[in-house]
Design a protein. Structure first.
Length: 94
């Protein structure tokens, strides 16, 4: 009986975590030609050049190129705590 209770509690916790929109730590999703650059506002149309970072408060920001990311990161109060993602030039994979 105790095992069933623990399994039910774990399943409920997993469901609540998913329902609350908590995302695993990884690069943010980019909708091509729909997601604007967080720095200049241009739509990201070339995913291979896109870059991103996540702040310590778990706010994701996406950029149309590395230059915009670097300019925005320089203005962050805790730039040393940012988590960065870039696409590989050869494969376009994060």
């Amino acid at each position: 009986m105790r095992t069933r209770t623990l399994i039910a509690a774990a399943a409920a916790a997993a469901a609540l975590t998913t329902a609350c929109g908590v995302k695993a730590d990884g690069p943010p999703d980019i909708a091509v030609d729909r997601t604007p650059c967080a720095h200049c506002g241009m739509l990201i149309s070339e995913p291979a050049y896109a870059a991103a970072y996540r702040t310590p408060q778990s706010e994701s920001r996406v950029f149309d190129d590395i230059g915009c990311l670097l300019k925005a990161a320089a203005r962050e109060p805790r730039a040393d705590a940012l988590r960065f993602w870039f696409h590989d030039a050869a494969t376009a994979v994060w």
